[in-house]
Structure formats: C-alpha cells, structure tokens
Design a protein around this ligand. Structure first.
Ligand SMILES: C[S@@+](CC[C@H](N)C(=O)[O-])C[C@H]1O[C@@H](n2cnc3c(N)ncnc32)[C@H](O)[C@@H]1O
Length: 429
C-alpha cells in the first residue's frame, strides 16, 4: 500500500539553495567506510557528526533515535563513548551489526568465502515464497538468495562473524531485485531497475567492501571508542545512566506520516520475520514513537486521553485548536486520515523522550535535533517551537532553530502550499 503523503525524511528534497547542504542526508555516507554498508535513507551525514563531536569536544554522546548507527560509528572513530537507542527491531539489528566493524576482518573474509561455496551447491528447502518476494525477484534470483539464507541458517555457532554475514545478505536484497525497491521504503513491483546484480556477485562484492573497510578503519582508529546500540525505547532508556551525556545528536522521526514500520518490509519478509502488512503493527510500529496515521489509528483510545496528560501541558493551549481543526478537516477528505491523533501522540511521545534526556544528560549539556515541521491536510504544525518548549518544560534552559532549507514538496500534490522547513533544533542546559 502506498501512502500518498509520505515523503522521505532527509534524503529526497527540493532545495531553494543552489549548493545543497548535505549534512542532513545519508547520501554522502555512501562514500564513507562502514557508514556505506547499508543505505538507510533516514540517516544523516557521518562527516557532519564527526565535525560536531570535535567542535563540542564531546566525551559521552547519546543518539536516542540511532537508526543505522551514524552517531555511534563516528563516536567509535573519535575514541569516545556513546549510547544509541533504536526500538525498531530490524533497524536496531542493522545498526548493531555495523558496530562490529572492530571484529576480525579475516574471519569475515573466510566465512563469506565458505558461505558462498556452500550456497553455490546448496539444494534449497523452501518450497513457497511470500507474494512480496515473488513480486520482487525472478525465480533464479530467489533461488540464489534463498540458498544464501538457508546456508547462513545452518551455521551453528552464534558469533559476531555470523551476524556480519546476516548483515551482508540483508544489504544485497535491494540491489539484486529488478523491480523498484527504492532505498527509502516501498517496493514498487511495476517499476524496473536498469542495474541489477546477480546475488552471488553482489554478495562477494559486498564482502570485499566490508572486509576492506574493516581493515582500513581498524588501522586508522586502533583506539576506537566504546559504543553501544541498545534495544530499548527513547522514551525509557533504562540502561543509560543518569547524568551521563554531554552531547545529544539525533534525528527523531518527523511528524510527516512516514511509516518506519514499512521501511524494512522487504528485508523482514525475506527473513520470515513478518508475513504481511498486519504484522508490522504488532512487531514493529508498537515500539516506535507515533509519527504516522497507520500507527495512531490502531491505538486511538490511548491517544485520545493524552490531550489531558501532563506531557502535553506546555503546548496544550496551542495544540487543542490544531487538533480540533484536523478532526474537522479529515471529514472532508477521502482518506479521512487521523492526523489529529498522530500529531497529539507525536508530541506526547517526544515529551517523554525529553524527560529521559534530561535524566541522562549532564547539566549544561547540548542537544542537536535534526527535524522538519509538517502540515497535514494543510494545517501547519510548528514542530520546532513545540519541541523546544517541551524541552524547556523538562528542564532544559534554552533552544533555537537553525533553518537549513525550505521544504514544501511533501504536500505538493495537495491543494495547499504550506511552506515547510528543515533544520537543526539546538537545545542547551
Ligand atoms: C530519522 S531516523 C534516525 C537515523 C539516524 N540518524 C541514522 O543516521 O541512521 C529515526 C529512527 O528513530 C527510530 N525510532 C522511532 N521510535 C523510536 C523510539 N521510541 N525509540 C527509539 N528509536 C525510535 C526509528 O526506528 C528510526 O530508525
């Protein structure tokens, strides 16, 4: 199902500037060792993170929305400590796997050579495939990918190398499909790609890239830092100590209806972790902050009561009329999307995150939130200011928004032209 109002969070944008500021996009990471292992389009630039860590002379960094681990990888390179949190189970596993760049590259090299040899002679056991997989791959490609998967599943011992092999297979799934599998999210079976790579060749090329990146970066950064990615929730980061961080670098989901649950549907279906659209709510979305109507609608009763919650109190007077307006406008629209629920829950959830960040940060720490605002059904929501106010209500001292670009492409097919922006929300205290 394609949602007509989603827009890539950070990657595809129109900019009014001639020279684009790419610090907020993942694109440049595709040239950077380790970062480039998996194209997570919701990510931001590793080079920008590196500069920020240096400029702030940070020692302990948290990214409560860690995604593919950009902040943790850079913290590793900088020789400092970091905690990343991502409650999307599959994305979390991808991020954790990237942190294994410090493992022995020779073991990965040998293990991937062995796996490809076993897979080449493997007689596959799987008889039927989910519809999504059949739509995405011709039979000869499915056969090879399944041979890799089943050969991997036969590896008995759970080791970091086995995990890197899992990551390696996962990372070639989109490249080896001849249909539209845009790195951002939805699979488009009716579109075709010009460049498709054979699974075994893609596997070997990726293995080569990973082994070589590990060698180069281990040599460059022998005294790497101590980074962790936790399978927790930014609203309750229980393993992160009190008063720990001096810098937060993060980008939360935007309130723009992008469904993170759907972002890894192809990969999770391939590995047999989900069977269909329905599984996404119970296995993925329920762990995430609410930022799409698919999620909000499922927990409507819970959200409706949040309007009176203490979390929302600092912005309640402004939020209520917007909530009301969205409740009315939706009735005039075909999709009748519950944006009012999405917006309310979004700020409720982010307020909880600020509370956790206050607990886990030192006094006089600094936070940088890469964010964008939104205008569902043309109703403007001042995301940056409200987030700033929620931060103040939770004990931070000041905030300001550094706009980096205008963005109004998201609603371009709609009737209105609300100007949106994207930039960095700096919070201190
Ligand atoms: C914009 S992405 C962050 C990308 C990251 N900066 C990178 O470079 O890869 C936002 C992430 O927040 C995660 N997320 C959503 N709700 C969360 C929650 N409650 N706790 C932790 N992470 C969450 C999503 O899974 C998604 O990966």
């Amino acid at each position: 199902m394609i949602n007509e109002v989603n827009e890539p969070q950070l990657e595809l944008f129109e900019s009014s500037h001639k020279k684009k500021d790419t610090s907020m996009t993942f694109a440049d990471n595709m040239k950077l060792p380790i970062h480039r292992w998996f194209r997570y389009s919701a990510g931001f630039s590793g080079a920008w993170v590196r500069e920020l860590i240096k400029e702030k002379n940070a020692k302990n960094v948290i990214d409560p929305f860690a995604g593919s681990g950009t902040v943790m990888i850079e913290s590793d390179f900088a020789g400092i400590n970091s905690y990343g949190i991502d409650s999307h189970p599959f994305v979390n596993r991808l991020g954790k796997a990237k942190l294994l760049w410090k493992e022995d590259p020779n073991k990965l090299k040998d293990a991937s050579n062995r796996l490809i040899e076993i897979a080449s002679n493997h007689k596959i056991e799987q008889k039927e495939y989910p519809t999504l997989i059949e739509k995405c791959y011709p039979p000869e490609v499915i056969t090879k990918l399944t041979a890799l998967k089943e050969s991997w599943q036969k590896i008995e011992e759970d080791t970091p190398t086995k995990e890197l092999l899992w990551f390696l297979i996962t990372s070639i799934l989109r490249k080896t499909s001849p249909v539209g599998t845009a790195s951002w999210q939805y699979v488009l079976p009716n579109k075709s790609k010009s460049k498709v790579i054979d699974p075994f060749i893609a596997f070997q090329a990726k293995s080569h890239e990973m082994v070589s990146d590990m060698r180069v970066m281990q040599k460059k950064y022998p005294n790497h830092g101590n980074s962790h990615i936790l399978s927790e929730d930014a609203r309750d980061m229980e393993s992160v100590p009190d008063d720990w961080a001096d810098l937060i670098i993060t980008s939360p989901p935007y309130a723009n209806n992008y469904d993170y649950g759907d972002a890894t549907r192809l990969e999770m279906t391939f590995w047999g972790e989900i069977e269909g659209w329905g599984d996404l709510q119970k296995l993925v979305r329920k762990n995430l902050i609410v930022s799409c109507t698919q999620h909000a609608t499922k927990i409507r009763n819970l959200i409706e009561s949040q309007i009176d919650s203490s979390e929302i109190e600092p912005i309640r007077d402004e939020l209520k009329p917007i909530y009301q307006k969205l409740s009315e406008v939706r009735l005039t629209k075909g999709g009748k999307k519950n944006y009012q629920l999405m917006v309310l829950a979004y700020f409720h959830d982010l307020a909880q995150v600020f509370k956790e960040l206050r607990r886990t940060t030192k006094p006089n720490s600094e936070m940088c939130f890469v964010i964008g605002d939104s205008a569902p059904y043309g109703v403007y929501v001042p995301v940056d200011r409200w987030l700033g106010e929620l931060a103040l209500a939770n004990g931070f001292k000041s905030f300001y928004f550094e706009k980096l670009r205008d963005r109004n492409t998201k609603w371009k097919n709609r009737k209105h032209r609300v100007l949106l922006k994207e930039g960095r929300l700096w919070i201190k205290g």
